[in-house]
Design a protein around this ligand. Structure first.
Ligand SMILES: Cc1cc2nc3c(=O)[nH]c(=O)nc-3n(C[C@H](O)[C@H](O)[C@H](O)COP(=O)(O)OP(=O)(O)OC[C@H]3O[C@@H](n4cnc5c(N)ncnc54)[C@H](O)[C@@H]3O)c2cc1C
Length: 469
C-alpha cells in the first residue's frame, strides 16, 4: 500500500508527527526500531517490567495513547537500514515515492513506500576519546539512562558521572534513587555557564524546577560536584577501577560520561539533502525552512535529528513537519492556521532547549588534549596519531581521512568516533565546514546479509560467460 506519509523514528517528534498527520486523514506509517514508540526520553519499559511512574513516563504514555488513537500504522521493532526513492532514483527513471527498507522483528526485510517522508531519528551521544575510555565499565551518560529506564539495571555500584548538560544531573539523581553510590559529578561547565543559561530556562519553569530538584538531591546527599572539570583518564586491569579528574584518582566501578548529543543525520545525508554546521545545535544539521522542510522536495526532518532542542521542543517540530507534508501533498488547505500553535510551542520550548544544547556543544579543548596513542575509532582500532598522520599525508576532509585510515568504517559507521575524528581533521584543514562529514551510506544500521538475501541456492547464481580473449 502506498502511504501518504512515512515517519522514521518513534520518539516524541515522530510520535507527534504521525499523530498529527493521521488525525487529519492521511495514511501514515511510523517505523521505530525499539519494541515500542517513546524514543530516548520516553522509552517504554519492556513488557512485564513494572517501573514507577514519573513525569517522563506520564508524558510518554500520553503521546503513545494519542498515536494509538490517531489511526497511524505503527511498526515497532522495525530497524530501518535503507532509504531510497525520492531523489535517489537512477537518472532517466521515473520519479519514485520514498522507500524505506527495514528489518521486521522476525528478521525479515520489508519495504514501505510513501509520498512524503518525515525523518525523526533523534541523536547519538558524543563521547570524546580519552585514555581508558574503551574499558568495560565506561559507558555513555545517555546510554546509562537506557540501562536505568529500559532494564532497571545500575551501571555500577560506585559511579562517577561526568560530562555536560542536564543529562549529567538527571543521571546522577536517577542513580541515587536507584540505590547506587555516586562518587562524584564532574561537570565540564563552570557554574557561571549555568547562571548564564537561567534566563532561557525560565521559559520552561517546569524543567527548571526539575533541574533544581536534581541539584538539591545531590547537595542533600553530600555528593561531590566538580564544576569546570573533566575526566582525563580511566584506568583498571580488565575493567574500570578508577577515573582521573585533575590530579585526583576516584575509585569507581562505572563511569558514565557524555560530552553532548549529535543529531543523527545518516538519512538526510543519504538523501544528499543540504546541511550546515551549527555547533550550538549539536553539529551538522539539515538545512530546513520554518516548517521543517529539507532541501529535497517532500522530505522533512524534526526533533533533535534536525538540531538539538530537547524533548520538550521535539513534538512541536514533529507536528510542524507533518502539517507541512500534508500541505505539500495538497491535503491541508488552511496550513497557516494549523501551524500557528505548534510554531508558538516550538519557539517557546526551543529557547530553553537551545540553552541546554549550547551547554552540550562540542568543546574543542577535549579533542586537543587527546594523547596520540589513544584509540579514537574503537571498531577499527584507529588512534589519534594515525588520524593526524593521515591529515599530514594530505587527507583534507572526513571522506579522505576515512579512506586513509578506515576510521568510521566499522559497525558503528562513525556514530561513536565521528565527532572526535572530524574535530581532529578540522584542526588540520581549517574548520569543521572544510572537514565536512562522511558521505551518507547504506545500510544506515548494521544488517545481517542473510536477512537481505533470504534463502538462495548457489546453483542459482548466474555465472557470466567467459570473456573472449
Ligand atoms: C541514548 C540517549 C538517551 C537520552 N536520554 C534522555 C533522558 O533520559 N532525558 C531527556 O530529557 N533526554 C534524553 N535524551 C535526549 C532526548 O533523546 C531528546 O531530547 C528527545 O528524545 C528528542 O526526541 P526525538 O524524537 O527527536 O528523538 P528520539 O527520542 O531520540 O527518537 C528517535 C527515535 O528514532 C528511532 N530511530 C532512529 N534511527 C532509526 C532507524 N534507522 N530505524 C528505526 N528507528 C530509528 C530511535 O530508535 C528513536 O526511538 C537522550 C538521548 C540519547 C541519545
Amino acid at each position: 500500500m502506498m502511504h501518504d506519509i512515512a515517519v522514521l523514528g518513534g520518539g516524541p517528534a515522530g510520535m507527534a508527527a504521525a499523530t498529527e498527520a493521521a488525525r487529519r486523514g492521511a495514511r501514515v506509517v511510523l517505523l521505530e526500531e525499539s519494541a515500542a514508540p517513546g524514543g530516548q526520553v520516553y522509552r517504554a519499559p519492556p513488557t512485564g517490567f513494572v517501573v514507577p511512574a514519573d513525569a517522563d513516563s506520564r508524558v510518554g504514555d500520553a503521546l503513545r495513547a494519542a498515536l494509538r488513537q490517531s489511526g497511524a500504522e505503527i511498526r515497532p521493532g522495525c530497524r530501518v537500514w535503507g532509504v531510497g526513492g525520492g531523489p535517489l532514483v537512477p537518472q532517466g527513471m521515473a520519479a519514485a515515492p520514498f522507500r524505506l527498507d527495514a528489518l521486521a522483528p522476525d528478521g525479515q526485510s520489508f519495504a514501505v513506500e510513501a509520498r512524503a517522508l518525515v525523518l525523526c531519528t533523534g541523536t547519538h551521544e558524543r563521547i570524546i576519546a580519552f585514555p581508558g575510555w574503551t574499558l568495560p565499565g565506561v559507558l555513555g551518560l545517555a546510554a546509562a539512562t537506557i540501562l536505568l529506564k529500559a532494564h532497571g539495571v545500575l551501571p555500577g555500584r560506585r559511579v562517577v558521572v561526568a560530562g555536560a548538560g542536564p543529562l549529567l544531573y538527571a543521571v546522577a539523581a536517577k542513580l541515587l534513587k536507584a540505590g547506587a553510590e555516586v562518587a562524584a559529578v564532574v561537570d565540564l561547565a563552570h557554574s557561571r555557564e549555568w547562571v548564564r543559561a537561567l534566563p532561557a530556562l525560565a521559559a520552561r519553569p517546569d524543567l527548571l524546577a526539575r533541574g533544581v530538584a536534581w541539584r538539591a538531591k545531590l547537595l542533600a546527599r553530600g555528593i561531590r560536584v566538580m564544576a569546570g572539570a573533566q575526566v582525563s583518564a580511566a584506568a583498571g586491569g580488565e575493567v574500570l577501577e578508577r577515573a582521573r579528574v585533575g590530579d585526583t584518582w576516584i575509585d569507581c566501578d562505572a563511569l558514565c560520561v557524555g560530552h553532548g548529543l549529535v543529531p543523527a543525520t545518516e538519512a538526510t545525508r543519504a538523501f544528499r539533502a543540504a546541511h550546515r554546521y551549527a555547533a550550538a545545535e549539536g553539529g551538522w544539521v539539515p538545512v530546513l525552512d520554518a516548517d521543517q522542510r529539507c532541501s529535497v522536495p517532500f522530505l522533512y526532518a524534526a526533533g533533535d535529528g534536525a538540531g538539538v532542542r530537547g524533548a520538550a521542543a521535539a513534538p512541536a517540530s514533529g507536528r510542524l513537519a507533518a502539517l507541512a507534508a500534508l500541505h505539500d501533498l495538497g491535503m491541508l488547505p488552511d496550513h497557516a492556521a494549523a501551524r500557528a500553535a505548534p510554531a508558538r510551542d516550538l519557539a517557546r520550548a526551543a529557547r530553553a532547549g537551545g540553552a541546554m544544547a549550547r551547554m552540550m556543544a562540542l568543546r574543542p579543548e577535549l579533542v586537543q588534549a587527546i594523547p596520540p596513542e589513544t584509540v579514537v575509532c574503537r571498531c577499527e582500532g584507529v588512534t589519534r596519531a594515525e588520524i593526524d598522520a593521515a591529515c599530514a599525508d594530505g587527507a583534507g576532509d572526513m571522506n579522505q581521512m576515512k579512506q586513509f585510515t578506515r576510521c568510521g568504517m566499522g559497525p558503528c559507521q562513525g556514530r561513536l568516533c565521528g565527532e572526535t575524528a572530524a574535530e581532529l581533521v578540522a584542526m588540520h584543514c581549517g574548520g569543521r565546514e572544510r572537514a565536512g562529514f562522511a558521505t551518507g551510506r547504506l545500510p544506515l544500521r548494521p544488517v545481517a546479509m542473510d536477512a537481505l538475501l533470504g534463502d538462495f541456492d548457489y546453483a542459482d547464481i548466474p555465472v557470466p560467460n567467459a570473456a573472449p580473449i
